[in-house]
Ligand binder design. Structure first.
Ligand SMILES: O=C(O)COP(=O)(O)O
Ligand SMILES: [Mg+2]
Length: 224
């Protein structure tokens, strides 16, 4: 049965790979650790598909580290410190994002951010990036006791907005985002232009829809 896009009162977005192209700064932070280890930089294309997996993915690509290795915690904190110094140096909104959120605002549909990125990074980014600062709600990986794919962050965002999950949609660029949406009882939209965790197609995630660029969401909602 075709999914209906009627009754969408609010739109929640993932951050990395959906609203914000943060890969350049995350890759640069990972390369700081490589240089400290006497290794050459890796190109952005090596890191980009795995940005959605946060520090874990970046440390695996940069240094071959796994979370159960003794060095992991120390290197992760070094990575966080390097990233904290970069945050919005080369990161920026994906093309069309400012127009997309403006379109939603003009229709009186509140929008928010639900990310697995921790508050330590997300809140300074939202303060520095004026468009992101207009989000009606920001829920980070450490705001609730569970991160995505658990539905808790999405349910928390709905509660803060005072809407039911069935009246919201979630847009994200990782399978985990579609799982979280489903578990929360929300419709899920795959951002095919994002990082995708190394897959070529999002079809296998069974999203309710997929968009090739941010502005396609307005078309989907019948607002272009
Ligand atoms: O930093 C992460 O773990 C990924 O962040 P995201 O949920 O905004 O894609
Ligand atoms: Mg993402």
């Amino acid at each position: 049965m075709a999914v209906s896009w009627n009754g969408v009162r609010a739109v929640l977005f993932d951050l990395d790979g959906t609203l914000l192209d943060s890969a350049p700064d995350l890759a640069a932070a990972a390369n700081v650790l490589r240089r400290d280890a006497g290794l050459d930089d890796l190109p952005l294309s090596h890191y980009r598909p795995f940005v959605g997996t946060g520090a874990r993915g970046m440390l695996r690509i940069a240094l071959g580290l796994q979370p159960d290795m003794p060095e992991f915690e120390l290197r992760r904190e070094e990575f966080f410190q390097a990233y904290e110094g970069l945050l919005m140096q080369h990161s920026g909104l994906f093309a069309g994002v400012p127009q997309l959120v403006q379109g939603l605002e003009q229709q009186g549909r509140p929008w928010g951010i639900v990310t697995n990125k921790s508050e330590r990074f997300t809140l300074p980014i939202a303060r520095r990036e004026a468009t992101l600062g207009r989000a009606a709600v920001v829920v980070c990986g450490d705001t609730t006791p569970h991160a995505k794919p658990h539905p808790a962050p999405l349910l928390h965002a709905c509660e803060r907005l005072g809407i039911l999950p069935e009246h919201a949609i979630y847009v994200g660029d990782d399978e985990r985002d579609m799982q979280a949406a489903r578990a929360a009882g929300m419709r899920g939209v795959a951002a095919d232009y994002g990082y995708l965790g190394g897959v070529d197609s999002t079809a296998g995630w069974n999203p309710d829809a997929a968009i090739k660029n941010p502005l396609e969401l307005l078309k989907l909602l019948g607002m272009d």
